[in-house]
Ligand binder design. Structure first.
Ligand code: SF4
Length: 497
C-alpha cells in the first residue's frame, strides 16, 4: 500500500444554483413523467448523459417552441419573459429551476428599467448571447447595453446617466476594471451607479483553486473538453502548478510520477462532484492507495456550499426581520446547516446594528436580548450537528492510542459558517463604491488571508472526520453551560428573583 494523499478540492464543482436545478430534474424524473429541459441543464456532457439516461430530454429553442402540453424545466440560468409567454400559450407546465440569485437580479433589473427615464443607459457586463444574459436583457425589452469587454465601453454615452449590473458569473476583477473605466470617462453632469451582482459561489474560485493546486505534487483537473470555464481555470492552475493534467473522464488518468506524495483533484464549475470522486477512486485503485472515500470527505464541501447559499440568499433581502425560509427538507442535515448559517448571518447584521452610535437605548436593549437568543440557538444547532456525528460514528471503536481533539467537528463547522460570512463581507468591501483605493487594497489583502484560512479549515475538518472514522481520534461532546441566561446561575437574576 502506498502512502499518497488524495484530496478533492472543496471549492470545485457545481454551484448551489446548478445543484438545485439538478435536484428539481431528478425529483420530476422520479415521478416517471417525461421532462424536457430548455438547453443543457449544465455544461457537462457526462452529467447531461446521466440525466438523459433517467429520461430528461434536452431541447433547443426551436423544438421548445414546437412543444405542446409538456413539462419543461427552465435551468438555473433563468429565461426572459418571452419564454414564459410561449410556454403559457403552448400549454407547457414549467418546472422553474431559475437560481434564486439570478431571479432576484432579473427582478432588480426590471425594477430599474421600469423606473428609469430616457436619460438612463442600463448596462449589463456579461457574455453576449449567454443564457443568463438573455434572461437579464429580456427584463428590459432587449434595450440593455451588453458590455463584454473594454472595447465595448466605447458604445456608451458618458454624458448620460449609467446604471451598471453584472452577469452573476463574471469575475470581480473584470467588473472592477469596467467600473473604474466608466467612472474615469463620466461627464461631471451625469450620474453613474453600479451594482455588484456577481455571485460569490464562483467569484472566489480562481484564488482558492490556485492555492489548492499549489499545495499538491500532482493535479488532475477534471472538466468537459468544451467547458470554457474549464479551459480558463486549467490555464490558471497550470501557472500555479505545472504538474497539472487535464482530463474529462476517469479512464484518462495517467500514471503518477515516482516520488508523488500528494495528488489533488479539482475541476470547473460544471464538473460534477461524483465525477471527481470517481477520479479519486480510480487513482487510489491504480496506485494501491487505501480507499478511505466516504461521505465525510464531502461533508466540508456540503457545508461550504450550503453556507455560501444561505449567506448569498440572506443578502437578496438583507433584512434581519425578513421571514426566514429554508429550501431543505425537514429532518435533513442540509436543513440544519442552512439554518446554522442563516442564524449566523442574521446575527452578524444585528451586531452591526447594535453598534450604531445613534441607536435608541431601548432598541439597543431589545437587540441585545435578540442576540442572546440567537447565540443560544447557534449553540443548540452546533450541538445538534455534533449529535449527528456522534450517531454516525457510534459503531466506531477508537484505537487504544486514540486522542481527543480540542474541538468537536461541529465547532469547526461553526467557525466555517462565520468564515463564509466574513469572506462575503470582505469581498463587498473590496468593491465598496465610497471607499478609498487604499481601503479596498487593504481589504483585498485581508480577503486573500480569509480564503486561505477557509481552505486550511476545510482540510483540517476533513482530516478530523477521517481520524474519527478511522478510530485515531474520538469525540466527546459537552453541552454548553451558558451561565448568564440561567436564572439560577446569574447573580443579577437570582438576587432579583
Ligand atoms: S447565481 Fe451563483 S449559484 Fe446561482 S446559478 Fe449563478 S453561479 Fe450558480
Amino acid at each position: 500500500m502506498k502512502n499518497i494523499r488524495v484530496e478533492i478540492d472543496n471549492n470545485s464543482g457545481f454551484c448551489f444554483g446548478v445543484v438545485n436545478a439538478i435536484k428539481n430534474a431528478e425529483e420530476e424524473l422520479s415521478k416517471g413523467e417525461t421532462l424536457y429541459c430548455l438547453g443543457e441543464i449544465v455544461h457537462n456532457s457526462l452529467e447531461v448523459e446521466r440525466l438523459e439516461a433517467l429520461g430528461l430530454i434536452s431541447v433547443d429553442y426551436p423544438t421548445f417552441v414546437s412543444l405542446r402540453n409538456k413539462k419543461i424545466l427552465l435551468r438555473a440560468h433563468g429565461e426572459p419573459p418571452a419564454t414564459y409567454n410561449i410556454a403559457a400559450s403552448n400549454g407547457l407546465h414549467i418546472i422553474d429551476a431559475t437560481c434564486q440569485v439570478v431571479l432576484r437580479l432579473q427582478q432588480k433589473i426590471k425594477r430599474c428599467y421600469d423606473a428609469a427615464d430616457s436619460s438612463v443607459q442600463l448596462v449589463i457586463y456579461g457574455k453576449k448571447g449567454h443564457a443568463e444574459m438573455n434572461g437579464l436583457v429580456g427584463q428590459t425589452q432587449g434595450t440593455a447595453i451588453v458590455v463584454e469587454n473594454v472595447e465595448d465601453l466605447d458604445k456608451l454615452d458618458y454624458t448620460r446617466n449609467i446604471i451598471l449590473f453584472a452577469q452573476t458569473t463574471k469575475s470581480l476583477d473584470g467588473f472592477q476594471s469596467i467600473v473604474e473605466i466608466i467612472r474615469s470617462r463620466m461627464s461631471p453632469e451625469a450620474d453613474f451607479q453600479y451594482h455588484d451582482t456577481i455571485c460569490r459561489q464562483v467569484s472566489n474560485r480562481l484564488e482558492s483553486i490556485k492555492r489548492f493546486v499549489a499545495s499538491h505534487d500532482y493535479i488532475f483537473f477534471v472538466a468537459g473538453a468544451k467547458s470554457s470555464n474549464g479551459k480558463v481555470l486549467y490555464e490558471e492552475c497550470l501557472k500555479a502548478n505545472p504538474n497539472c493534467i487535464f482530463i474529462s473522464r476517469p479512464d484518462e488518468i495517467t500514471a503518477l510520477p515516482d516520488g508523488t506524495e500528494s495528488v489533488g483533484i479539482c475541476g470547473a464549475t460544471s464538473t460534477p462532484k461524483w465525477l471527481m470522486e470517481e477520479v479519486a477512486t480510480r487513482i487510489k485503485a491504480m496506485n494501491n492507495i487505501p480507499d478511505k472515500t466516504s461521505n465525510d470527505m464531502n461533508f466540508t464541501t456540503l457545508s461550504t456550499s450550503i453556507f455560501e447559499q444561505a449567506t448569498q440568499e440572506y443578502h437578496l433581502t438583507n433584512d434581519v426581520d425578513a421571514a426566514p425560509t429554508n429550501p431543505y427538507p425537514s429532518g435533513s442535515i442540509e436543513r440544519i446547516l442552512y439554518k446554522k448559517n442563516q442564524i449566523d448571518v442574521i446575527q452578524w447584521h444585528l451586531e452591526d446594528l447594535i453598534r450604531n452610535p445613534a441607536i435608541d437605548p431601548k432598541e439597543a436593549l431589545e437587540l441585545k436580548r435578540r442576540i442572546d437568543r440567537s447565540n443560544q440557538e447557534r449553540t443548540d444547532l452546533v450541538e445538534l450537528i455534533d449529535s449527528y456525528f456522534l450517531d454516525k460514528y457510534k459503531e466506531i471503536q477508537p484505537q487504544p492510542q486514540a486522542s481527543i481533539n480540542t474541538e468537536s467537528p461541529a465547532w469547526a463547522i461553526d467557525r466555517l459558517s462565520i468564515l463564509i460570512i466574513k469572506i462575503y463581507h470582505m469581498q463587498e468591501e473590496t468593491m465598496r463604491p465610497d471607499a478609498s483605493e487604499e481601503h479596498k487594497q487593504t481589504c483585498a489583502n485581508k480577503l486573500a488571508v480569509l480564503l486561505e484560512q477557509k481552505q486550511d479549515l476545510c482540510t483540517a475538518l476533513d482530516q478530523l472526520l477521517e481520524d474519527i472514522r478511522d478510530g485515531r481520534k474520538y469525540m466527546k461532546v459537552y453541552k454548553q453551560m451558558k451561565m448568564y441566561n440561567d436564572p439560577s446561575l446569574n447573580p443579577v437574576l437570582y438576587k432579583n428573583g
